[in-house]
Design a protein. Sequence first.
Length: 142
Amino acid sequence: MTLQWATYQDASDQTSLSRIWGGIHPPIDDIRGRIIGNKIGNEAFNLAQEYFEGTLSTPGIALEESIRLYPIPFKNELTVSNPANQSLRLELYSLDGKRVYQSNVLQSRTQLELSSLGTGLYFAKFIDANNTTVFVKKVVKN
């Protein structure tokens, strides 16, 4: 028996369904997984194209090296050193992906009062004036 599909998407749909029918994946994950896979696949392809075409831009690297977060681990206050006075927004995310804090970082040194956060690992996401994520750093609260 030879199987044939009109498009790659059709073959992908059939593969997903066969994994449900075979008891390998629960049905509830199917559509969500396809949506995420489609998004990640497109983003990965676009990034790979930038590498191969030589058009990859990395302006965030210099900025990432100049921005400092300290102390890590922190207790109640986290300091952000922004020597270039870049207009940035800082968002903190918990491990389950929930945004738990947001603040503008406009000064060369900003102290953030974070005593309301529980202990654990957080991701500090820096976003520029164009609403583009510049970089992400891990921080620990104890």
